[in-house]
Design a protein around this ligand. Sequence first.
Ligand code: UD2
Length: 295
Amino acid sequence: MKLAITGASGQLGSYLLDELMKDNEVVGVDIRPTEHEAHRNLVHRADVRTPWTMTSWLKDVDVVVHCAAQVSVVNSILDPLGDLDTNVRGTLCMLQACKEMGVGRLVYISSAAVYGNPVRVPLDESHPKRPMSFYGSSKASAEDYVRVFSDTKGLDYMIVRPFNFFSKRADPTNPYSGVITKFVQMALAGKPITIEGDGEQTRDFLHATDVSAMVCKAAFSSVKNETLNCCSGKGTSINELAKAVLRASPNQVDILHVAPRLGDIRHSVGDVSKARKLLDFEPKMSLDQGVASMF
Ligand code: UD2
């Protein structure tokens, strides 16, 4: 089996390369160079928005995992056209490149952002999609392109919607990085952990290696044309998270409550039962193990 990963220099893409290179022929493409020595010869410079730079890397590829995306919610608000260009047009370019090169399946990495503010939790895949950012809209729209492309031109797909995933490979210099990365940075710097609001808002956290494991299952599965949440199914409040970070931290720092984030989602917890049923997926790393691995 030969696979291609777009966005191979990113957090998820790099874990996918680690996993897939063990037993498969794999090629990565990205607009940024990889930071991982073991991936140097595997990751090539190509842009999903210019498919002609992509097609040569898709030769004899059976499955494409399409991770390449503009991933910042804030950037999507500042530059909605740029977000659309990468996330929607880039995905359509990839679909066309896959068709042209005879790729059999595309696994599209979407996001829980497609749901917006939940009307019920846990969020199952049939929950209405009401994105609250251009990022969520572009991910939801790209999902539609994947489905319509499959229906009209014939390309098997799987759509994976990861919830809040984290790992040491998330970019800590990015001011919009996730709450776990931020809390760990604060603790390591000996600064107070700042909880936005009362801290009773919940999220569904899972480690990036678990996301990678599920995406690999989606790539190899005989199941096709399905949309699946990628989550733990467990809600953790930000207060509980702060305590978990302090349990793992070498530094004991204060917890400070600051103003709540504007437009923050109160509860976001996914229903994992469809992925469990169709892919036999179960996240392996507990939150405590995951948080400990960040230090
Ligand atoms: C996540 C995704 C976002 C989008 C969204 C969809 C990340 C980093 N972001 O946003 O891309 O998919 O879900 O719903 O995965 N918080 C603090 N203190 C801090 C930082 C955050 O209290 O220093 C709180 C924040 O107010 C929020 C929660 O932690 O209530 C999670 O924040 P986040 O930025 O990690 O992720 P989220 O769920 O808002």
